[in-house]
Design a protein around this ligand. Structure first.
Ligand code: MV4
Length: 455
C-alpha cells in the first residue's frame, strides 16, 4: 500500500481525498497555488507544496511542478482529483514514467474514452446503445441531408471539435438543414479551428442519467447504480439525485449491468462514469468520464462504498473486494451544488466569508472546504459546498434537503442557496417530472414574470 499520496487538486475534492488518505493511514501531500495558501486542504494535509501563481495553467495544470513536488516530498502515488489533469493521458503517462502510480485508469483508456468517436466505436462494439446518426464525419451538407432523411427530423448537427454543448445545432426540417449545416460548420471552424461535423437523431426531451462503474483492471467490474443529473443550467449540474425517479428497477438493472459488462470487457481499471441520455424508455450512450465525479457522494450515501478509498485500493493493485451481488442500494440521496454566485444573475461572487454555519443532523453531509473568515478566490470554479442528503425515501429526502438548506449560513458572499430552495418548491421537481431543459425553462419563465412585474 502507498505510504504517501500527492493530491494534484484543490478545494473540496482535495479535502475529500485527504480524508480518505487519513482513514487509510496514508500520508497526504497537497499542492497549491499562491491563491490557495489558506485552503483547508492545505491545512489538513500532512504536507503541502506551493507550485505556482493563481493561474491554473501555471499551477494545477503545471505537470512539471506537480511531478517535482511529488519527487521533493517522496510521494508514491498521485491522485489527480476532478477536472485539471484528471483526464489528461499525457499526464497519466508522465506520472508513471517518473516512477509514481497514477491513481486512475491507464493512459490508453483515458485516451480511448477522451476521443468521442473512438469511445462510441468502442462501446458500440461492446453492445451499448447509441444515438442513431452518421457513422463518422459528414463530407458535406448533401451527404448530411440524405442521412437526415433516413434518420428522420429533427436532427442534431454536432461539431467534432465541440463538447459540453458547444457547436451543436438542431435542424428541424429538410428546408433548414443546409443552412443549419453551413452555419454550424463555420461557427465550429471559428470557435475550434475545425469545422468537421457529424449528426445524430435529436432527442428533444431527454434526462441525463449516468452510471457509476468500477473496474480493478484484473477482470472484475461492477456498477453502483445511476445518478440523475438532469437539473442543470448551461451544462453546469445544479442538483443531482439517485436513484432516478424516472427509472424502473428493470431499467436500472438493464443499463447498470450493460455498463458493468462493458467496463469488464474493456478490462477498465479505476472508477468511471458512463453518461446516457434517457428518453421514452430508451438509453443512448453519450460519453464515458474516466475519473471521479463531483457528484460521487450521492452514490456513496446509497451504497455505503467509499469511492476514493476504492480508487486508492485498485491503484495499489488490489482486486475489487466486492461482487455485484454484494452491492445493496439503500434509500434516496440528493446533492445540491452550492456556488459562490448570485442566485438570479449567476454572476460569480468570490470574497471573504464572514460567517459560516453548516447544516447537520441525520442523513446530512456537507463536503466543503470553506470556513469562517475564508476568502473564496476568484480564479477557479465557484463551487464552495456540496450539500448531500440521504433518507429512506425520496419524499423524506426532499423534506430533509429543504430543512438543511434553511440551516445553511454563508454570509459575506452571494450563494445560490435561494435557487435551490426555489427548485425544491416546484411541484414538477417534487414529482420527479423533469428533463435536461426543465431548469432553464423554469428560469426563463421566472425572468419573464419578474420583467412583467417590473414594467
Ligand atoms: C444531445 C442532446 C439531444 N440529442 N444529443 C450536450 C453536451 C453533450 N454532452 C451532449 N449534449 C447533448 N447531446 C442528441 N442527439 C442534448 C444534449 C444536451 C444535454 C445533454 C446532457 C445534459 C445536459 C444537456 C443540455 C443540453 C443539451
Amino acid at each position: 500500500m502507498f505510504k504517501k499520496i500527492l493530491i494534484a487538486n484543490r478545494g473540496e475534492i482535495a479535502l475529500r481525498i485527504v480524508r480518505a488518505c487519513r482513514e487509510m493511514g496514508i500520508e497526504s501531500v497537497v499542492v497549491h497555488s499562491t491563491a490557495d495558501e489558506a485552503a483547508m486542504a492545505v491545512r489538513m494535509a500532512d504536507e503541502s507544496v506551493c507550485i505556482g501563481p493563481p493561474s491554473s495553467r501555471q499551477s494545477y495544470l503545471n505537470m512539471a511542478s506537480i511531478l517535482s513536488a511529488a519527487t521533493l516530498t517522496g510521494a508514491d502515488a498521485i491522485h489527480p482529483g476532478i477536472g485539471f489533469l484528471s483526464e489528461n493521458e499525457e499526464f497519466a503517462r508522465m506520472v508513471e514514467e517518473h516512477g509514481f502510480t497514477f491513481i486512475g485508469p491507464t493512459p490508453e483508456h483515458i485516451a480511448k474514452m477522451g476521443d468521442k468517436a473512438v469511445a462510441k466505436d468502442t462501446v458500440r462494439a461492446l453492445g451499448l446503445p447509441l444515438i442513431p446518426g452518421s457513422p463518422g464525419i459528414l463530407k458535406d451538407a448533401e451527404e448530411g441531408l440524405k442521412l437526415a432523411r433516413e434518420i428522420g427530423f429533427p436532427v442534431l448537427i454536432k461539431a467534432v471539435a465541440g463538447g459540453g454543448g458547444k457547436g451543436m445545432k438542431v435542424a428541424r426540417s429538410e428546408d433548414e438543414f443546409k443552412a443549419c449545416f453551413t452555419m454550424a460548420s463555420s461557427e465550429a471552424k471559428a470557435a475550434f479551428g475545425n469545422g468537421a461535423m457529424y449528426m445524430e437523431k435529436y432527442l428533444s426531451h431527454p434526462r441525463h442519467i449516468e452510471i457509476q462503474v468500477i473496474g480493478d483492471g484484473q477482470g472484475n467490474a461492477v456498477h453502483l447504480g445511476e445518478r440523475d443529473c438532469s437539473i442543470q443550467r448551461r451544462h453546469q449540474k445544479v442538483i443531482e439525485e439517485c436513484p432516478s425517479p424516472a427509472l424502473t428497477d428493470e431499467e436500472r438493472k438493464y443499463i447498470g449491468e450493460l455498463a458493468a459488462d462493458c467496463t469488464r470487457k474493456m478490462n477498465y481499471r479505476g472508477v468511471g462514469t458512463m453518461e446516457f441520455l434517457y428518453e421514452d424508455g430508451k438509453f443512448y450512450f453519450l460519453e464515458m468520464n474516466t475519473r471521479l465525479q463531483v457528484e460521487h457522494p450521492i452514490t456513496e450515501m446509497i451504497t455505503g462504498i467509499d469511492l476514493v478509498r476504492e480508487q486508492i485500493m485498485i491503484a495499489a493493485g488490489h482486486k475489487l473486494s466486492f461482487t455485484q451481488e454484494d452491492i445493496k442500494f439503500d434509500g434516496h440521496a440528493f446533492e445540491c451544488r452550492i456556488n459562490a454566485e448570485h442566485p438570479e444573475t449567476f454572476i460569480p461572487s468570490p470574497g471573504k466569508i464572514t460567517r459560516y454555519h453548516a447544516p447537520g443532523g441525520l442523513g446530512v453531509r456537507v463536503d466543503s472546504a470553506i470556513y469562517d473568515g475564508y476568502s473564496v478566490p476568484p480564479h477557479y470554479d465557484s463551487l464552495v459546498a456540496k450539500l448531500i442528503i440521504h433518507a429512506k425515501t425520496r419524499e423524506e429526502a426532499l423534506k430533509r434537503v429543504e430543512r438543511a438548506l434553511g440551516e445553511c449560513v454563508i454570509d459575506g458572499i452571494n450563494t445560490n442557496i435561494r435557487l435551490h430552495e426555489r427548485i425544491l418548491q416546484e411541484p414538477a421537481f417534487r414529482a420527479g417530472e423533469f428533463n435536461i431543459h426543465w431548469l432553464e425553462k423554469l428560469l426563463a419563465s421566472q425572468a419573464e414574470e419578474s420583467k412583467k412585474a417590473a414594467s
